[in-house]
Design a protein around this ligand. Structure first.
Ligand SMILES: Nc1ncnc2c1ncn2[C@@H]1O[C@H](COP(=O)(O)OP(=O)(O)OP(=O)(O)O)[C@@H](O)[C@H]1O
Length: 680
């Protein structure tokens, strides 16, 4: 926009390269990020960076400033003055008009766009429509190409953020003065209608606010205002868990959600006794465009339209006596302060600053991709021209100017493989057309000289080779795409089978545990390997005889064993003669348990017996020992399966191992610090 009044010529401290703020000019409460601003005006650069599988567009944040008219309260202040002048895309502050300021300096800040909206009757007045077409529409165009987009409004309380983003009345979206968000949505559906196949576009919307660092879903009724959590997806980055998302097919449908969200926001603000919005609100649109369903090319874009809470300084709020208000102020400032730090860090990236403190606030964490990441982002800074707010205005202008240095790297959100195939197809098409041209020309030009005709044939051959190579590449790409798809399907099926297996195992463990807790006499596992041993024990009169009996029984099962005595007791080692693999089996405990005849006793033993060792046992120890037993059992299986009786005994043995395993794991889970020995 062009100027509203003359810009004074002298004392202009133009921050074209660097502005260093004098600390003394701001109140002591001014957040640090507003006081230590160094501004380096970026060139409006647009670079295309190529890496292995994606083509990034590097672009500076687009920053616009909008000046609203002075309101009645500002005008009623004695000595009220307009201190802002606009010249094209530059904003100047004439500080000689500022009563309180000690230094009489003029400042001039350049931006990508400046919207002067102080007087509707003036030719240079910037309407809502103009604001949308300059900063909203380009983002919409980007979104249709598959780029993420973000627009956020920043400024002091009452400076016109909500007016610009939503309109004069957030609960009436049918008037002429609607803001960027409803305009964006209307135009979105207008553009979808113009597509060859409007059904190829899918639009999902969600709407939430961040209040006191907590996230609330605005599309749920206020009674369900439980705070939501943020998680990070490995591919899509941070997201809000359980946020409600709705598919919309028309602007009217979308409008009803927008109105509901605005109403919920207003109700929440009223409940909290708020006039102005002290929360950050984020309206999100996810646009999926299926460009070619045969080739399976889908582009996706996430659009975030953000109305930030007012950037008032703590020193300016009159509510410090009220603890709750102070807390809100602190939290709002925490988010904005972090936003300031993030902007500073990103703006300084060129100078080698590495760490960007996104995680310090919910807002910056969620906006991570929009600030310095995969998104085309614009910022609308709103200000009042009134001299009473000069400090805030200056802070906003500096903040906004610094944000211009941020470079985002956006890329089209589509599968890189899909892109390779699409690009190869284009290349093959181009080469085919070229070959046809050549062939047509060679047929028609009977007058071609011999020499040039040789060149011509040579070029044609070259072209044919290129075409054949590209066609081969395309075929391979398609082939590998199909293979990848098949592999993926196979992988999914394997995963499913794995889950099923796990489920069965869990169910079996649950059954075992419930059986163990109930009357052991009724347990199906009561009659198991232990019982067999019990029978042997019944007929044995001495320990020696017991071992002899046991030896006979084990030999019948087709494997060797040896029983070892140690100071901790006796244990049996099962040996598979073929592979010389070994597994140890508890003998003492079997003995004791079977003597008493209670499986519960086994559990008690595992839990309480003085199995003293120097080392703590872990889950891993248990599973590795049990695994050994299973492995040995597996090796024994071929010998055992020949005879029905032995097969049964073997099955019982496995079952008893399962019982033991569960009991051991249970012990480890509950008493992992206990020092015990496994004599397995
Ligand atoms: N460009 C404008 N033209 C006319 N009136 C405006 C303009 N911008 C803002 N206003 C008016 O100024 C008042 C404050 O605006 P708004 O509510 O948008 O401020 P805000 O920055 O969103 O404040 P808060 O941070 O408290 O939410 C409103 O009455 C609004 O109608």
């Amino acid at each position: 926009m062009s100027s509203s009044s003359n810009t004074p010529k002298r004392n202009i401290a133009t921050p074209l390269r660097l502005i260093k703020r004098k600390q003394s000019k701001l109140l002591p409460e001014t957040p640090e990020c507003f006081t230590h601003v160094t501004v380096e005006t970026p060139s409006s650069s647009k670079v295309t960076l190529l890496n292995n599988d994606k083509c990034d567009e590097a672009r500076n944040l687009i920053v616009a400033v909008r000046i609203r008219p002075m309101n009645a309260r500002e005008l009623s202040v004695v000595g009220a003055k307009n201190v802002i002048t606009v010249d094209e895309n530059k904003v100047s502050i004439n500080s000689s008009c500022i009563g309180s300021s000690t230094t009489k300096l003029n400042y001039m800040f350049p931006y990508d766009h400046v919207f002067w909206s102080c007087d509707k009757s003036k030719f240079n007045y910037s309407s809502q429509d103009e604001v949308f077409s300059k900063i909203g529409n380009p983002l919409l165009e980007n979104a249709f190409q598959g780029y993420n987009a973000c627009l956020f409004a920043y400024g002091q309380t009452g400076s016109g953020k909500s007016y610009s983003m939503m309109g004069i009345d957030s609960e009436n979206l049918d008037c002429n003065d609607i803001g960027i968000i409803p305009r964006f949505c209307k135009k979105l559906f207008n553009k979808i209608e113009l597509l060859d196949d409007p059904n190829a576009a899918i639009v999902d919307v969600s709407y939430f606010e961040i209040y006191n660092e907590k996230i609330h879903d605005l599309l749920l009724s206020n009674s369900h205002r439980t705070p939501l959590k943020v998680r990070e997806h490995p591919v899509w980055g941070p997201y809000v868990v359980n946020l409600s998302t709705y598919k919309v097919k028309s602007y009217e449908e979308l409008k009803s959600w927008l109105l509901l969200g605005n109403k919920n926001r207003a109700v929440a603000a009223t409940l909290m006794n708020e006039k102005s919005s002290r929360s950050h609100s984020i309206f999100s649109i996810e646009l999926s465009l299926e460009e070619n369903h045969i080739e399976n090319v889908t582009k996706r874009s996430k659009i975030s339209l953000v109305d930030l809470a007012g950037s008032e300084r703590l020193g300016n709020t009159n509510n410090n006596s009220n603890e709750e208000k102070l807390k809100q102020g602190v939290f709002i400032n925490k988010s904005l302060l972090t936003l300031g730090k993030v902007i500073c860090a990103l703006a300084d990236q060129k100078k080698g600053v590495q760490f960007v403190p996104y995680r310090e606030s919910v807002l910056t964490w969620l906006l991570r991709e929009s600030l310095g990441g995969n998104s085309f982002t614009s910022m609308l800074a709103t200000i009042t021209p009134a001299n009473v707010h000069i400090d805030e205005t200056l802070a906003t202008l500096r903040y906004a100017c610094q944000a211009r240095s941020i470079v985002n790297r956006a890329h089209v959100n589509e599968d890189p493989h899909e892109r390779i195939i699409r690009e190869l197809r284009v290349e093959v098409g181009r080469l085919q057309a070229l070959r046809q041209d050549y062939e047509r020309q060679s047929l028609s030009s009977s007058t071609i000289q011999i020499d040039s005709s040789i060149d011509y044939v040579h070029e044609l051959d070259e072209l044919r080779n290129q075409l054949t190579n590209k066609e081969k590449e395309l075929e391979q790409a398609q082939q590998s795409w199909e293979n990848r798809y098949k592999e993926h399907q196979l992988y999914q099926m394997e995963q499913l089978a794995e889950v099923e297996k796990k489920k069965e195992e869990l169910e079996s463990q649950i059954r075992i545990m419930s059986n163990l807790q109930n009357d052991v006499k009724l347990s199906p596992y009561r009659s198991n390997f232990l019982e067999e041993v019990e029978n042997i024990l019944k007929v044995s009169s001495s320990k020696e005889e017991l071992l002899n009996q046991f030896e006979v029984w084990v030999a019948k099962c087709g494997y060797d064993y040896d029983v070892t005595l140690s100071k901790c007791g006796r244990y049996m080692r099962i040996v598979d003669n073929d592979s010389l693999k070994k597994a140890n089996c508890p003998l003492n405990e079997v003995e004791v348990v079977t003597m008493r005849g209670e499986i519960q006793d086994l559990q008690n033993l595992i839990n309480n017996l003085n199995w003293v060792t120097e080392e703590c046992i872990t889950d891993l120890d248990v599973s590795s020992v049990i695994n050994d037993i299973y492995k040995a059992a597996k090796l024994l299986q071929p010998h055992i399966s020949k005879e029905e009786k032995l097969r049964l005994a073997f099955a019982k043995f496995i079952k008893s191992t399962q019982v033991l395993e569960t009991a051991l794991l249970n012990n480890v889970n509950t008493k992992s610090k206990k020092v015990v020995t496994f004599r397995l």
